[in-house]
Write a protein that binds this ligand. Structure first.
Ligand SMILES: Cc1cc2nc3c(=O)[nH]c(=O)nc-3n(C[C@H](O)[C@H](O)[C@H](O)COP(=O)(O)OP(=O)(O)OC[C@H]3O[C@@H](n4cnc5c(N)ncnc54)[C@H](O)[C@@H]3O)c2cc1C
Ligand code: FES
Length: 286
């Protein structure tokens, strides 16, 4: 049983869960993820292990509610149990003492960035962080990232926190003032692509964490296939982290849009059914 021991709201649409999963907590290393099924008839969704506590036997997940399954998870409460949590999956982050590492996180990408930044710090690196989101509330895990960072910059699209603009604007400033040894970029595919194009001419090794559609998580279904250095790779077993200079981001972006109509329909049906439940509970006519 994978019981939700603690649930808290980090921001509108962002929730953090502490889940009882002793075996997964024991084996977890930075960069790995789990496949979660909420109930017997639910779909499987990949979620990064944002942290683990081996002593307590727990893992932490940070979830952005974007569609049917993540919204349904948002309705689960402390004491409820997830039907299945499979993992830890994926190849752990390759951590070295690079020197200065710039960690760039956009939106929900800050959740997978946190364990990577922690591992980089623990390996003795000087960690500089750049976090961004559409607005103030959506720049999550600021305190946790600040605790790991020598310096941290924040950007928001609307200027409600930090500098108005994109994380890549702040990255340009850092690259203009010094030459970091390593860059980690985690966020929307367009953001990771832009960061990779900035570090490529400077030949700064750059790591990204890819966010593909996944089904089985075992390298069998091909749902998470991407092109890296012209070679097909499976994000679930070969990744999720890759050399950002080698990733075909245009193909990734195209593949992420494949099921958009179906995803929107599932979300619409979920919202409609829950409106009915809410009306019924309120004694209204449905
Ligand atoms: C290795 C890995 C780790 C991940 N870790 C996290 C995490 O820690 N926290 C978190 O909130 N999410 C994470 N995700 C993304 C998460 O799996 C999706 O948001 C989730 O599957 C959406 O399911 P849904 O049914 O709610 O929405 P869907 O109906 O499947 O999608 C709704 C909309 O969200 C967008 N979307 C869906 N899936 C993705 C995706 N994989 N990447 C980018 N956009 C997507 C699309 O625009 C889509 O239309 C991770 C994905 C991968 C591959
Ligand atoms: S999710 Fe099926 S091959 Fe990766």
């Amino acid at each position: 049983m994978f019981q939700i021991l603690k649930k808290e709201s980090l921001a509108p649409q962002f929730k953090r869960y502490v889940i009882a999963a002793p075996e997964i907590a024991r084996k977890h290393r930075a960069g790995q993820f789990v496949l979660v099924m909420l109930h017997e008839h639910g779909e499987r969704i990949p979620l990064t292990i944002a942290g683990s506590d081996k002593e307590a036997g727990t893992i932490t997940l940070v979830v952005q509610e974007v569609g049917k399954t993540t919204m349904e998870m948002g309705l689960m409460e402390e004491g409820d149990c997830l039907y299945a949590v499979v993992g830890p999956l994926g190849t752990p982050t390759h951590v070295e003492r690079w020197g200065t590492v710039v960690c760039v996180g956009g939106g929900a990408g800050i959740a997978p960035l946190l364990p990577i930044a922690k591992a980089m710090k623990e390996a003795g690196n000087r960690v500089l962080s750049i976090l961004g989101g559409r607005s103030r509330d959506l720049v999550i895990l600021r305190e946790e990232m600040a605790a790991l960072s020598e310096e941290m910059w924040i950007t928001t699209d609307d200027g409600s926190l930090g500098r108005k603009g994109l994380v890549t604007h702040a990255l340009a400033d850092v690259l203009a003032s010094e030459r970091p040894d390593y860059v980690v970029a985690v966020g929307p595919a367009v953001m990771m692509k832009a960061a990779a194009e900035m570090t490529r001419p400077l030949a700064i090794p750059t790591l990204c964490s890819l966010n593909t559609i996944m089904v089985d998580g075992t390298g069998m279904c091909g749902g998470c296939r991407v092109l890296v250095g012209g070679q097909p790779k499976f994000v679930c077993v070969d990744g999720p982290e890759f050399d950002a200079h080698q990733v075909d981001f245009d193909l990734l972006i195209k593949r992420l849009r494949t099921y958009l109509p179906q995803e929107q329909l599932a979300k619409q049906r979920f919202l409609e059914s829950h409106q009915c439940v809410a009306l019924e509970a309120a004694g209204g006519r449905v």
